[in-house]
Design a protein around this ligand. Structure first.
Ligand SMILES: [Zn+2]
Length: 222
């Protein structure tokens, strides 16, 4: 689109962003703004900025077409791996099917996004299991809402001898880790969790109390 934005509804005169509760005269633009504003982290003001950029900014038509195509392709091709829950296109994913990955190690993470930094670092050669969330009684996330049954099936299914629980160092992460520990009590599996403590480059004087307490609790001998 190479004409001016149809932004007559910005009653506050704030540069046409419609961010003061006013509506555009174009119902199509209104729909786009409303749809964008439902995205996480985008309020109406940011959604309006994005919409106007896509319709009227430099190279707008090409960018909007690219976005439309990317969204359409992602919707049809992206899925979660039926074995591990990672985001993938082939199912099972390449990590699950690779012969070069260690089948004996299984790393449990909360979100598919958590796989990325571990893969980027490149030191872990095992496989993953994505929970898709953390136990949080306050938010109504209970054990039956997370795929613990699939996790047990996975263990029964493969030659896993070590499970590494790599969850957030939060109350929810702690609750979930303890639940998994209880779930697997009696299982001969070697169960471990990520160490917590003072980060590399961190100054002791500025370390928060909980981290410091953990660092003492999980101190190691030289
Ligand atoms: Zn997988």
């Amino acid at each position: 689109m190479d004409r001016d934005p149809v932004n007559g509804g910005s009653r506050g005169g704030n540069g046409g962003f419609g961010g003061d509760g006013g509506e555009f005269q174009s119902p199509a633009l209104e729909r786009l703004v409303r749809s964008l504003s439902r995205l996480p982290g985008l309020g109406r003001k940011s959604a309006t900025r994005v919409a106007l950029h896509l319709l009227t900014g430099g190279g707008a038509a090409a960018h909007a077409d690219e976005l439309t195509t990317a969204l359409s392709e992602a919707r049809s091709q992206v899925r979660t791996c039926s074995r591990c829950g990672a985001i993938t296109e082939p199912d099972p994913c390449r990590i699950c099917t690779s012969d070069r990955r260690d089948r004996s190690q299984l790393c449990v993470v909360a979100s598919p996004v958590d796989v990325l930094p571990i893969e980027k670092a490149g030191f872990f050669r095992g496989r993953y299991f994505v929970l898709g969330g953390l136990l949080s009684p306050l938010d109504g996330v209970r054990a039956q809402d997370l795929p613990f049954d699939r996790l047990l099936d996975r263990l029964a299914d493969g030659p896993v001898t070590e499970m590494i629980i790599a969850l957030d160092a939060s109350v929810e992460g702690e609750t979930t880790a303890l639940y998994i520990q209880r779930l697997l009590s009696g299982n001969p599996l070697q169960l471990s969790r990520l160490a917590t403590g003072i980060p590399v480059g961190g100054a002791l004087a500025y370390t928060d109390e909980v981290t410091l307490q953990r660092a003492f609790q999980f101190r190691r001998s030289f």
